[in-house]
Design a binder for this molecule. Structure first.
Ligand code: DAH
Length: 335
């Protein structure tokens, strides 16, 4: 029997030496030590042997089976070690890269330049209270200016802010004066939607309060902001405006870049786009936030970031910007 087993082992070794694949090793393994193998049959025949024989052949057969098992396992390890490790960085890639939203880009450009001029960038609240959105801005309950901003009122007595101007009030309350802050953010109005009106859009509020602040300081800031965003001197004009929280109030308009000033639906055929309203902060607003208007003056302005993005990227319909359609956004050349 011992000879028979040695023969099995040498045959197994011979076969093993010829193969190079793990699957082949496993086949040989099952042939030599599997259930139906010759060696297994010999092991089964132990049952019929005498105790003497069992003592002699039992350990022998088991040891030989272990020896063979070790041979197969060693071969598998050797084959695994032989696998060449190559590196190839050319993984096919069909994932398109995202880009920033046009409004995000202009918001960043505006806050960057204001930041360089010493403005702190703040973040206000989309869910606001009546006091900060209206009252503290000199717009009491029955003021007709409330009609200009159709408001979404919430069940919890709060509202979705209609303007970022309330952040002026938060800033004065939280930081006192002197003050130089700006606050970009989303605002909401219950508007009928068309090419230039959306119920959700973006503004940026700016405010400077100090001693001896003049309106000319505001015009300078506005012009620098537009230069930064459009990378060139853009044609602007100034008109008197009306806002309850500034006195005097102005509107800085910009030549419509969609039609070059000829007139189009985006500029309501006027050739001009209202871009930056602002003015000297009304003494009532200062007083309500605990600032003495005899000692401090200041200016505030509100930039229509959504409109600014439309002008910069020549987007003629505001609805594209909120559509969330990446195919649309991909069309804008954004550096
Ligand atoms: N919040 C105003 C609006 O949404 C814009 C505005 C006007 C902001 C004058 C100002 C300002 O800070 O001084 O129509």
């Amino acid at each position: 029997m011992k000879e028979q087993v040695e023969k099995i082992i040498s045959l197994a070794k011979e076969e093993l030496a010829k193969v190079e694949k793990e699957a082949d090793v496993l086949n040989i393994k099952s042939k030599y030590i599997g259930k139906k193998s010759e060696l297994n049959n010999l092991l089964s025949s132990l049952k019929e042997m005498s105790n003497e024989e069992k003592k002699e052949f039992g350990p022998f057969l088991n040891n030989k089976k272990k020896e063979l098992e070790q041979l197969f396992n060693d071969k598998i390890v050797a084959l695994e070690e032989k696998i060449d490790l190559n590196f190839d960085e050319t993984i096919p890639c069909n994932v398109s890269l995202g880009s920033l939203h046009p409004v995000t880009i202009v918001a960043k450009e505006v806050t960057d330049i204001l930041n360089r001029m010493g403005f702190t960038v703040l973040k206000g609240f989309e869910m606001e209270d009546d006091y900060h959105n209206f009252e503290a801005l000199n717009i009491p309950k029955d003021h007709p200016a409330r009609d200009m901003q159709d408001t979404y009122y919430l069940d919890n007595k709060k509202l979705l802010r209609t303007q970022t101007s309330g952040d002026q009030v938060h800033a004065m309350e939280n930081y006192g004066v002197p003050l130089r802050v700006c606050s970009p953010g989303r605002v909401f109005r219950n508007e009928d939607i068309d090419a230039s009106h959306e119920n959700t859009f973006f503004q940026l509020e700016g405010m400077v309060i100090d001693k001896n602040i003049k309106i000319e300081n505001m015009f300078y800031v506005m012009r620098e902001v537009l230069k930064e965003v459009f990378k060139t001197d853009v044609k602007v004009r100034l008109r008197p405006g009306f806002f309850p929280f500034t006195e005097p109030s102005f509107e800085m308009d910009m030549n419509c870049l969609i039609c070059g000033g000829k007139g189009c639906p985006t500029c309501k055929n006027s050739g001009w786009i209202e871009l930056i309203p602002g003015g000297m902060v009304h003494p009532n607003v200062l007083k309500m936030s605990g600032v003495d208007p005899n000692e401090y003056t200041g200016f505030a302005f509100g930039i229509g970031l959504t409109r600014l993005a439309m002008m910069k990227y020549k987007i003629n319909d505001i609805r594209y910007l909120n559509s969330g359609d990446l195919r649309v956004l991909d069309e804008f050349e954004i550096e």
